[in-house]
Design a protein around this ligand. Sequence first.
Ligand SMILES: NC(=O)c1ccc[n+]([C@@H]2O[C@H](COP(=O)([O-])OP(=O)(O)OC[C@H]3O[C@@H](n4cnc5c(N)ncnc54)[C@H](OP(=O)(O)O)[C@@H]3O)[C@@H](O)[C@H]2O)c1
Length: 242
Amino acid sequence: MNIVITGASRGIGRELIKRYLNRANKIYAIARDEEKLKELKKISNKIEIISLDLANLDKVREVSKYLGDKEIDLVILNAAISLPHSPNFTPFEDFKRSFDVNFLSIHALLEYIVPSMQKRKRGKIVFISSLASLIASPTSLPYSATKRAINSYAQSLRNLLAKDNIKVINILPGFIKTDMTAKNNFYMPFLMELEDGVDRIQKAIEKNYKEYAFPKRFYYLIKLFTFLPLNLQDKLLQNLVK
Ligand SMILES: NC(=O)c1ccc[n+]([C@@H]2O[C@H](COP(=O)([O-])OP(=O)(O)OC[C@H]3O[C@@H](n4cnc5c(N)ncnc54)[C@H](OP(=O)(O)O)[C@@H]3O)[C@@H](O)[C@H]2O)c1
């Protein structure tokens, strides 16, 4: 099995690499941090490191072309940035960078991989969205928006590629202990250990769940919230802006 994983240097991506190492022929590990990538390379010669800033969309398209003839079986689109929560209107540059890294890079990376999967009539594409995609938080404008865009993209892609026997899986995790959450200075309900979170992500990938949100109790609370009248939702959300 040939696998591509973005956000490979830390957190969820790095843990996923460890989990898939046994079963993989080759893992293409994408991130920016050269030191962390070199450490990965030392673990196994099955890992090919690709140093890439996903905000550089032209470079991402070049990497996609390179991967297009590598017979990729599984792509895990895991990399993302989350700006610190802020009550201020997001500066344009930060907003653009979030969309480039979290969303546009996905289509750029898939540009040559999807046609190759279509030709071979096999493949699996995994998105790591977030429960944050279900609530449009006023203090994380770009993150919520990019993750909600992923939900839409994943559903479109799943139904576009069903005829080609390509599985598309969208995973919506709650809070997991990584560098991303370490910088949050607010209470994170149902915060999970990294291993626990990645266990669930891996299960969703293995079992071909079309969409998988976890932990369930947090997911149901959020769903309940989304059924409230919009006026009440807005009132509650406005409490987050101090
Ligand atoms: N942790 C959570 O609670 C949580 C909850 C819901 C969803 N998620 C999602 O899970 C995924 C992984 O999150 P995580 O918690 O593992 O985050 P993390 O520890 O902050 O790791 C993020 C990864 O993305 C890579 N990355 C960031 N910007 C990049 C760029 N411009 N170009 C290339 N790579 C870039 C980082 O590598 P470099 O810095 O080396 O480039 C790193 O490997 C994300 O999609 C996140 O939104 C996380």
